[in-house]
Design a protein around this ligand. Structure first.
Ligand code: FNR
Length: 416
């Protein structure tokens, strides 16, 4: 109502309402490298497109005249109250969009009672992000997203930090044991981590820093002195200053990060160990196969998070929305199932919820909103999304989230 009334008074929203326009406007504000990193996907970006196509093809079949009141959107998950079945996905290196990065995004989410997931590759230390959330809303859930590197001491330390900070849970991402093949970044020769970006959680960790003097395997970088190298070194030094680290220490930290980050051997054994070493709710992110979901449940995880990383990892893999029904069937309600990858509108969220997701994750669009307007931008984006979600439910004759189910969906709309 507020949004429509403001329109009536001739007030324009602070950023575009249409998700595709949001992306176009954000591109104008971001450097080509930053935009490529956020917008890009793996390979030919077929999976990225398939994620959207899957939503387009699944049709809602609304019911009329049901006398339904506007549904409440609140849900309880893992013992915490969420204002709506939505959350902000873990996204690394948010400083590429805005210097306040996670701090701005988490405030916008927490103010609205929505959870935020802090990436392991955040641009601000985990503790600062949790504090920022608590300052605006002590109840707002903040999750920590973990990448399981080859450095078990760092992994253990990250888990302790998440517990101590008061995180609502740990999200272990398992689809990124190595970085995907991302042509847009490759064409620009751009990897933010080499500039020290997105390393705040590492650079504030005693276990990670303690390993700086241990010998590392892997090729030594002996770059030619170019202007680009100089720029990267300056960026490294700038980041180092924030954490009291010298340029030499920063170079070592970046090398250590690069050498330990990839862990293709990651297996259920590590999941078991993480499960055993924390009492926090544990979610597994990046599952598509129902058998993987089943195994995760048997291992004692508390949540299954269906995602293909927004099409950034395995190009040609199944759209997340298409993977959802089989995972939901396999899990049989034993733990909540979450979904992200391609969610752009409130109607998209309704479709995923109708297929059995308990909540859906918002990804790239909030990064664009962050680039355009910092905390206020993310807030406006969330308000638009919440409004559309509420309207779509009401206009579909849905009186409560519990009423959602596959009966609200029908076979695909014919292609345009
Ligand atoms: C991501 N994603 C991600 N996931 C994760 O577990 N840890 C991370 O650090 C990141 N980093 C990251 C950076 C950028 C720029 C993007 C776009 C994505 C994946 C993210 O959590 C989510 O799965 C996708 O963004 C969902 O796809 P859409 O809806 O954004 O297309």
């Amino acid at each position: 109502q507020r949004i429509y009334l403001e329109g009536l008074m001739g007030r324009r929203p602070p950023l575009p309402v249409r998700p595709d326009a949001l992306e176009v406007e954000a591109q104008k504000r971001m450097s080509p490298e930053a935009f490529a990193y956020v917008a890009g996907g793996a390979g030919l970006e077929w999976t990225m497109e398939a994620n959207r196509e899957a939503f387009r093809r699944l049709a809602l079949l609304p019911r009329m005249l049901r006398g339904a009141k506007p549904p409440g959107l609140g849900v309880e998950l893992w013992g915490r109250q969420w204002a709506a079945p939505l959350f902000l996905c873990p996204i690394g290196v948010l400083e590429l969009a805005h210097p306040e990065a996670e701090l701005a995004a988490v405030r916008a989410a927490a103010k609205r009672g929505l959870p935020f997931m802090v990436s392991n590759q955040a641009s601000h230390p985990l503790e600062r992000v949790v504090e920022a959330a608590k300052a605006v809303n002590p109840e707002a859930p903040v999750f920590f997203q973990l990448y399981h590197s080859t450095d078990p001491k760092a992994v253990a330390s990250f888990l302790r930090r998440a517990e101590k900070a008061g995180c609502a849970g740990v999200v272990l991402t398992v689809d990124t044991v190595q970085l995907g093949w991302r042509p847009r970044d490759l064409d620009l020769g751009h990897l933010p981590f080499l500039k020290g970006q997105g390393l705040a959680v590492y650079l504030t960790d005693p276990a990670f820093l303690g390993g700086l003097d241990e010998p590392l395997e892997g090729p030594a970088l002996r770059p030619k002195p170019t202007l680009a190298l100089l720029r990267n070194l300056l960026a490294l030094r700038r980041t180092g200053k924030r954490y009291g680290l010298s340029l030499a220490q920063m170079q070592k930290a970046v090398r250590r990060f690069v050498a330990t980050y990839s862990y293709p051997e990651l297996s259920w054994e590590e999941v078991r160990r993480v499960r055993e070493s924390t009492a926090l709710p544990l979610l597994l992110k990046g599952l598509l196969h129902p058998e993987d979901a089943l195994r995760a449940v048997e291992l004692g995880v508390d949540g299954v998070y269906v995602s293909n990383h927004g099409g950034r990892q395995v190009d040609g893999s199944l759209a997340a929305l298409h993977a959802l029904p089989q995972v939901v069937r396999a899990v049989e309600g034993r733990v909540p199932v979450l979904l992200d990858s391609g969610v752009r509108t409130g109607a998209d969220a309704v479709k995923a919820l109708a297929l059995g997701a308990r909540a859906v994750g918002l990804g790239r669009p909030y990064v664009y909103a962050l680039a355009l307007g910092g905390e206020e931008g993310v807030g406006a984006f969330l308000d638009h999304f919440l409004a559309e979600l509420e309207l779509t439910l009401a206009l579909s004759g849905v009186g409560s989230l519990e009423e959602l189910g596959p009966h609200l969906l029908t076979k695909e709309n014919p292609p345009p």
